[in-house]
Design a protein around this ligand. Structure first.
Ligand code: URA
Length: 213
């Protein structure tokens, strides 16, 4: 029984912003702003299970029981380059999180994923990790990323994606049948096309965020 769980955030504002992101007429500055806003909405749901500890605070009136984020603080990891467009939207809700970076490139012919940059702690024991990757397409990038983090001892890993394809979700489930891996996304689309693009999707997320460079 796979333990990868996929949460599709069903909210009118999420649908509205995603539809504008899909629109081919949306220019890069607008795309960046909408992606940022959409990630903040996804982050709200993605952090629903975040670890907290109980604290007491003195209000102007009396003592109150409350909670604060538990230590160690969560780690947020945008996958370069398109994941960078999701970083501000995520850290807006988690300003005390630490940020690591992972560069993963996929070969556009074989669709195989390779790691080319790694600025993550060697020891991730007990850390809650939020991976930011806008498009869960074949799943190659996220399988590579999650495997690396699991090898370093990470605790629960939540992948925040603007969009997912059924093929990518299935691949993650197969790769981590016994692990606690969560995918939070605005939609699971129909399928991948022959080039590995999500259909109907929104095109190449990196190009739409930053242009073709
Ligand atoms: N990466 C993208 O940017 N878009 C897709 O549709 C698939 C992978």
């Amino acid at each position: 029984m796979p333990v990868v769980r996929t949460l599709v955030v069903d909210h009118p504002l999420v649908g509205h912003k995603l539809t504008a992101l899909r629109d081919v007429r949306t220019d890069s500055p607008t795309f960046r702003r909408l992606a940022d806003e959409l990630v903040t909405l996804l982050a709200y749901e993605a952090t629903r299970g975040i670890r907290t500890e109980t604290v007491q605070v003195q209000t102007p009136v009396a003592l109150a029981q409350g909670v604060r984020l538990a230590r160690p603080v969560p780690l947020v990891v945008p996958v370069l380059r398109a994941g960078l467009g999701m970083l501000d939207g995520m850290t807006r809700l988690l300003p005390t999180a630490e940020v690591g970076f992972l560069g993963v490139v996929r070969d556009e012919t074989s669709l195989a994923a390779t790691t080319y940059a790694d600025r993550l702690p060697e020891d991730l024991a007990g850390r809650e990790v939020y991976v930011l990757d806008p498009m869960l397409a074949t799943g190659g990038t996220l399988v590579t990323t999650v495997a690396l983090m699991k090898a370093r001892g990470a605790g629960r890993i939540t992948c925040v994606c603007l969009l997912a394809a059924p093929e990518g979700v299935a691949r993650l489930e197969q790769a981590f049948p016994d692990d606690d891996v969560l995918v939070v996304t605005a939609a699971v689309d129909d399928r991948l096309d022959e080039r590995g693009y999500i259909t109907p999707g929104l095109g190449d997320a990196g190009d739409r965020l930053y242009g073709v460079v």
